[in-house]
Ligand binder design. Sequence first.
Ligand code: DSN
Length: 416
Amino acid sequence: MADLPLTEVDPEIAECIRDEEKRQHEKLRLIPSENYATRAVMEACGSVLNNKYSEGYAGKRYYEGQQNIDKVEQLAIERLKKLYGVDHANVQPYSGSPANLGVYFAFCKPGDTIMGMGLPSGGHLTHGWKVSISGKYFNAIQYGVRREDHRIDFDEVAKLAREHKPKLLFCGATAYPRVVDFPKFAEIAREVGSILVADIAHISGLVAGGSHPSPVGHAEVISSTTHKTLRGPRGGMILCNDEHKKAIDRAVFPGLQGGPHNGTTAGIAIAAKLAMADDFKAYAHAIVDNSRTLADTLVSRGFDLVTGGSDNHLILIDLTNKDVPGKVAAQALDRAGMVANYNSVPFDTRKPFDPSGIRLGTPAITSRGMGADEMKRLGNWMADVVEDTENEGLITRIAGEIKDLCDQFPAPGVRL
Ligand code: DSN
């Protein structure tokens, strides 16, 4: 069995993968944290690197046979250092949540005070939300956005920081459609003696490509996933200056994890190399341009966007004025070939599992090469569906039009 292809060994799983390839080809994938990893990244993830254990760091491993793994990890580290202009990179966190746990473990003890953006305002679970270990093991203080414009409330951030003096101040979000003002956060962190952590999971590709300001020089520690706008494998990374290198490395291994996933490490190295190429800059800027065009189209069709628009890769729509719950809208959009996720909006009066909004973004459709014309068509299709969620005739027609569009823009890394 060991040398037989998947289709023979396990036809059921082979069929699931084929169906997923078809789905990823024929739908417009709008979940802002998703993308298409390049074919080279996928090859590395599915390679023999999967077979090797390598606890430790290059030159200091607990297993023999690291001749190739050490090279892979060093390439990933050196490329990320160059790409982001930092002293050090740890590429071993299994994903974004373990990366953030690594940061906590490097600097905090249980019960210490930390501060981050609340989940209902667009922050991540691991920034101190009460159901997450970050909210249970630490004294987590949460800041939010202003009620009037849904922008980060820096008066509140400064007031809470002065009052609680958190050891770590997290900035960065999962559902915030605007630029994160890193210098402002850094000023507050400096004043109260906190370490500023920038979680750039959503925007690491935009930062690399120059379409979002960089936190380097402002945040002492930067955490991220590697598979969102950066377009690498499912993984995580922590970037820092030399001062924190030892603490971060120790926290990730042996503090938190065992052996790194070496195929992923190779994928990160490839993604970092590709992110240094000129066409990546064009891609990163196109993501933002597309998001703005899509936001404008949606506004012209009467949608109420959180903060009124977008200047990154992400759009958050409050559907209250359309009288359609987020879940109903997201399900109708999926049937029509547009895959977004239902999402709470700031000060939502509905429950998180049945919220008022939908969240969408342009990374994956930009990776397919789509531009302004496609964004305008998309915005109008979305409006038609959300305004008539039970019209299955309309939904079927739009699903067909979307499939035709998708046929003209092959998805990278997806082989049908
Ligand atoms: N919260 C996930 C997202 O933004 O989709 C990432 O962890």
